[in-house]
Write a protein that binds this ligand. Structure first.
Ligand SMILES: NC(=O)c1ccc[n+]([C@@H]2O[C@H](COP(=O)([O-])OP(=O)(O)OC[C@H]3O[C@@H](n4cnc5c(N)ncnc54)[C@H](OP(=O)(O)O)[C@@H]3O)[C@@H](O)[C@H]2O)c1
Length: 200
């Protein structure tokens, strides 16, 4: 398996730390040329290598860590996404549901990556927390996964485990996955919190 992270901002770098911690090779790319990212990538670890988006997208498994609206630009870099797995770490926070045709944001984004296995994951933790060692207090920090393609989730769960996380499969985007989807200005976690407050 080969891995790439597209977007080398807060989330991209947090995930790069997770790969570096386990000595797993990963390429990282953003809109800036690879030379502009090289020093920061090297500082994270020797297994983190900056490349151009086109080169990085040769990987089998690609983590999207760009602002939600940029998924289209990333999708256009490759002529075909067949055989690829895309892990969507984006949140469409602030994007109105009408702009997404009422779809969960990952179902909407997946339409741009025809042929890819598309899994949402690594999107519910703040970047600072995501960057830290997920093995805490004798346990493994959870990452939630969801996908409309049932076969796609297990390999992403395996990657999450390799990185030290405990994956939890929530099912389809508009079912369990909705709990970790931003919708307009609401967020599944907030729904949990509201319910929790009502129960108290
Ligand atoms: N920050 C968080 O705590 C957090 C938590 C969970 C999920 N998220 C989600 O994760 C995603 C990234 O957030 P972030 O906070 O990491 O943002 P960020 O710090 O602004 O970083 C965004 C990165 O995406 C790159 N980028 C933008 N358009 C691109 C394109 N077309 N092709 C390649 N790279 C592109 C930028 O590259 P340049 O530097 O070259 O412009 C930058 O490296 C968002 O969807 C956000 O909702 C964020």
């Amino acid at each position: 398996m080969s891995y790439a992270i597209i977007g080398f901002g807060k989330i991209g770098q947090a995930l790069a730390h997770a790969f570096a911690r386990k000595n797993i090779d990963v390429t990282v790319a953003s809109r800036r040329p690879p030379e502009a990212l090289a020093a920061e990538a090297r500082a994270i670890g020797p297994t983190v290598v900056a490349k151009s988006p086109r080169e990085a997208l040769q990987a089998d498994t690609i983590i999207l860590a760009v602002p939600f609206g940029e998924h289209r630009a990333v999708a256009k870099v490759l002529p075909s996404w067949k055989g690829k797995t895309v892990i969507d770490a984006t949140n469409a926070y602030g994007v109105l549901p009408d702009e997404l045709g009422g779809l969960p944001s990952s179902a909407f984004a997946a339409k741009s990556f025809t042929g890819a296995k598309f899994v949402k994951g690594f999107n519910h933790l703040g970047a600072a927390k995501l960057a830290t060692d997920p093995v805490v207090e004798g346990g493994h920090r959870v990452v939630f996964l969801s996908s409309d393609d049932e076969d796609a989730t297990a390999p992403v769960g395996d990657l999450a485990k390799q990185l030290g996380f405990a994956p939890v499969n929530l099912g389809k985007f508009n079912e369990g996955g909705a709990l970790v989807h931003a919708r307009g200005r609401t967020w599944g976690q907030l729904i949990f919190q509201d319910l929790f407050k009502k129960e108290q």
